[in-house]
Design a protein around this ligand. Sequence first.
Ligand SMILES: [Zn+2]
Length: 187
Amino acid sequence: MSSDSVDNRLQCPNCGASIRPDQSICPACGAPISPSDMASRSREKASQMIRDANQNLVQAGAGAAESAFGLGCSLGVLLGLALLALIFILGSRNWILLGLVAIGAALFAAGASAIISARAKSATMAGTYARDVEPEIEKTIQSNRFTRQEFDALANEILDKNAPLRRYLSLPPETESANSETQDHEF
Ligand SMILES: [Zn+2]
């Protein structure tokens, strides 16, 4: 498999033909590709990749959390029913006690399900990151000739504060900006 990473190529601003990062002239129409064209194209591509990757993590995490929560709740309901049946079989006809046990079981099931789903979410996101996102980042860095620092700086810029992808990248602290020309938009 000689993957040529076609989807990571740049496009000619004039005719849209794909251009390798090392070409300074479009092979199709001959238009010169200026370094700044290249840089902004690369940035655009990488930005899109970063947004997609983050979205990928969000969706994978949400799907896992939802199914784990559903599973936890069903197990909780079964457990609660079993508990009620047991108490009933043991001879208690105290309806208030049975009601309290039912409520307690429901609360416990909801709490346990929330914990289970949070774990499923982070485990699934970590798996998705390792399997899909990490290789994609490597590919983007190589094909656009970024350094890892440049890539991380870009990610830091475009990802919002709660983006899950942040957790997996070694991003610089949010509040400190090494870049003096960055404007401060915090109120
Ligand atoms: Zn062209």
